[in-house]
Design a protein around this ligand. Structure first.
Ligand code: CTP
Ligand code: MG
Length: 230
């Protein structure tokens, strides 16, 4: 079967607070979601992408292909997991149940081909799959409700989960459905897999592959994308 990517792009960008959802903010002449899709579709192993959109999304430019590869749009859901489940269901039948699928945030425009290649190589050699991640650099404090510090959490062995995340189509579907059934909010695909007893591989990726959440993030990815283009 073929390798497809899923790009959840149905979020509202509440924390960013712009007039339009953050995945449609333009950097270097294109919306963030276009950068995310191009990074994925530029890789020779990736055959196409499914993008999950908000109901009646007026901002989606209606692309049916980019980089010469097909893009399928589907209706997303109320949570990120709902959106990914909808996209999994919208994959073409050429993607078999055991085939790997990539999931990548629409608001993460600066994925490098080197990181994508590493994730694919190492993740497809793993029975379960893999995620990109970056080591925690700050000192971590656990605080009580009163704001007093109770403990310092050693940061060794702690990683920040990035995307893409690579899992098999059917296993990921089952894992997200289980989380939904148990009413557990999973903030990434790996968390849903871990709940099922799987142990995904962690692949170190670049910190430049950041998710735009705030205005400072947007300024930083704009700088990084400009530097890469120069
Ligand atoms: N996402 C989605 N469907 C949802 C919620 C989020 O497809 N119901 C997508 C977002 O569009 C984004 C990715 O999941 O590409 C990561 O989510 P996040 O950074 O939290 O984006 P938003 O939910 O849009 O932002 P916020 O939480 O600030 O509202
Ligand atoms: Mg969100």
């Amino acid at each position: 079967g073929g390798l497809w990517a899923i790009v959840p792009a149905a979020g509202a960008g509440t924390r960013f607070g712009a007039a339009l959802p953050k995945q449609y903010l333009e950097v270097e002449g294109e919306p963030l979601v276009a950068h995310a899709l191009r990074a994925l579709l530029s890789h020779p192993a990736i055959e196409g992408a499914v993008v999950a959109l908000a109901d009646g999304d007026p901002h989606w430019p209606g692309w049916t292909e980019l980089e010469g590869k097909p893009i399928v749009a589907c209706l997303g859901g109320a949570t990120r997991a709902d959106s990914v489940l909808a996209a999994l269901a919208a994959l073409p039948a050429s993607v078999r149940p055991d085939d790997f699928v990539l999931v990548h945030d629409a608001a993460r425009p600066n994925l490098s081909q080197a990181d994508l290649q590493q994730l694919l190589e190492r993740g497809r050699a793993d029975p379960v799959g893999a995620i990109l991640a970056a080591p925690v650099r700050d000192t971590l404090k656990r605080a009580g409700d009163d704001g007093g510090i109770d403990a310092t959490q050693p940061r060794e062995h702690l990683w920040r989960a990035l995307t893409p995340q690579l899992f098999r189509r059917l296993q990921l579907t089952r894992a997200l459905e289980a989380a939904q059934r148990d009413a557990v909010v999973v903030t990434d695909e790996s968390m849903a897999m871990e709940r099922q007893g799987h142990r995904p591989l962690l692949v170190e990726g670049s910190e430049d592959n950041l998710k735009v959440t705030t205005r400072a993030d947007l300024a930083l990815v704009a700088f990084l994308l400009r530097s890469a283009a120069a």
